[in-house]
Design a protein around this ligand. Structure first.
Ligand SMILES: Cc1cc2nc3c(=O)[nH]c(=O)nc-3n(C[C@H](O)[C@H](O)[C@H](O)COP(=O)(O)OP(=O)(O)OC[C@H]3O[C@@H](n4cnc5c(N)ncnc54)[C@H](O)[C@@H]3O)c2cc1C
Length: 431
């Protein structure tokens, strides 16, 4: 029997907060959302002495932060060639450096806060679903070496068994710098760290409306929440794929896209080593991507965009079978292995598939991580906290154009997702 439950949550106790505590009348900063972005920002701001209130409509780590694959990856969703054509060489170099800094940032927090989240620098493996995809790897390795002094390794098809126990791919590309962790344990640890540093986290508190309001000579924001009003001088929006009508200008710039994961029963050690001899974080080269890895207790975790819609009981149930079929295509060895857990979560895609951070209509924000958020969300939370505290950190994602929908054809309800799904399947067929 498959449990419709996030496996990672069975491995951790999330920090609890007192739900009866009243909201503060005022704060220096109100952070909306208690995932990696919001908790990282709250931890940094509170450590700098700010009075921080984190408002979370559900519970700490409830969103994508506890539901993801735990792959802490170098780079961004878009390939570097594309980034150079969009932003030029210099800014792209800074963006790539930021992706490496974001991994270092996660490692530093895990060390400093003693977070037991099975963090391991195991590297990632991208596998080519077509010969043309593999041919492109050679070009990518050359660009990465030349522009970023970053070494990637090509793995020819004949050598692929040293990396993955599957014969369906045309070759692979390895980056040794990427990291794996247990995301639920990490976000729990980040939450505990934010609380220890003095941030006040209010769970079950949905922000419904924000209005400009001056108090005691200071400009600021009145936040109407499901548990009454509060006021803050600054607001930081860190709601990612769950961004709602409370912040309509941001909602119109973010497409919420579902991503789904299954995990198997615990595998015998020999089978686990056969499937992933080097314990890599693995993903394939399709638009309709599969990503997979072993969990620290040797389950196969297998994820993908089985449905484009955000998670619901229906999409989760359908995804379990679609993903199981995908997993067996990759690993026929798992034909008789039980799938024990299935769950889904929502990703935040900007229209240009880039992370964005900055200030919009007077509110600070950071979102748009598009499935590359474990490290970048943590890092942007820190950078934006420093920005709110009056510092001027170099942030290559602050100030880049933040496009809305073409022709303004989007009001926050993603009516086009079925077409987008079909379009990506078509691209995978022809490319
Ligand atoms: C299935 C899945 C797999 C993924 N795999 C990976 C991976 O392997 N590697 C990787 O790097 N990234 C991955 N990602 C992406 C990564 O998880 C996210 O980018 C990251 O967690 C975003 O963190 P966040 O704090 O910005 O948002 P979230 O963790 O989504 O938190 C946002 C929070 O805001 C709250 N909220 C929303 N609106 C309001 C409101 N009005 N009032 C109060 N609270 C509100 C929500 O309840 C939620 O808790 C994956 C995502 C999913 C869904």
């Amino acid at each position: 029997m498959i449990q419709e439950q996030n496996y990672w949550l069975t491995t951790v106790d999330m920090p609890r907060t007192d739900l009866s505590r009243a909201l503060p009348e005022t704060a220096d900063v109100a952070v909306i959302g208690a995932g990696f972005t919001g908790l990282s920002a709250a931890r940094t701001l509170a450590a700098k002495g700010a009075k921080v209130v984190v408002l979370e409509s559900q519970t700490i780590g409830w969103g994508a932060s506890s539901r993801n694959g735990g792959m802490v990856l170098t780079g961004m969703k878009l390939p570097v060639n594309k980034l150079i054509s969009m932003y030029g060489r210099e800014r792209t170099q800074k963006m790539y450096a930021a992706s490496l800094a974001s991994i270092a940032c996660v490692e530093q927090i895990v060390r400093a806060e003693h977070i037991a989240c099975d963090l391991a620098r195991c590297g990632h493996l991208e596998v080519a679903c077509k010969q043309a995809h593999f041919d492109d790897y050679t070009r990518q390795v050359e660009v990465m070496g030349r522009e970023f002094h970053h070494a990637l390794k090509i793995v020819a098809r004949k050598d692929l068994r040293s990396e993955i126990g599957s014969d369906i791919y045309f070759g692979g590309m390895v980056d040794e710098i990427s990291v794996g962790l247990n995301p639920a344990r990490y976000v729990a640890g980040l939450g505990a760290a934010a609380l220890r540093s003095g941030a006040c986290v209010h769970e079950k508190t949905r922000v419904e409306r924000l209005e400009r309001e001056r108090r005691g000579g200071s400009s600021g924001w009145r936040l109407q929440t499901s548990r009454g009003p509060t006021w803050a001088r600054d607001v930081f929006v860190s709601t990612s794929g769950y961004t709602s009508t409370a912040t309509p200008a941001l909602q119109k710039k973010i497409i919420p896209i579902g991503s789904y994961i299954i995990t198997t029963e615990v595998l015998p050690d020999s089978l686990a080593r056969e499937l992933s001899p080097r314990n890599r974080m693995i993903y394939d080269s399709k638009n309709y991507i599969y990503y997979y890895r072993l969990t620290p207790d040797n389950r196969m975790l297998f994820g993908g965009r089985a449905a484009f819609f955000p998670e619901s009981g229906d999409t989760i149930r359908k995804s379990a079978e679609i993903l199981r079929r995908g997993m067996i295509q990759v690993y026929p060895q798992l034909r008789d292995t039980k799938v024990e857990f299935v769950w889904g979560g929502t990703l935040d895609f900007a229209f240009d598939i880039m992370p964005h951070a900055g200030k919009l209509n007077g509110m600070y924000y950071s979102l748009g991580y598009a499935g590359h958020g474990v490290a970048m969300a943590t890092y942007q939370g820190q950078l934006m906290a420093r920005c709110i505290a009056g510092e001027n950190p170099d942030n290559p994602f602050d100030g880049i154009p933040f496009p809305g929908a073409p022709l303004g054809l989007y009001n926050g309800k993603p009516w086009f997702l079925p077409f987008a799904g079909a379009y990506y399947k078509f691209l995978d067929w022809i490319s």
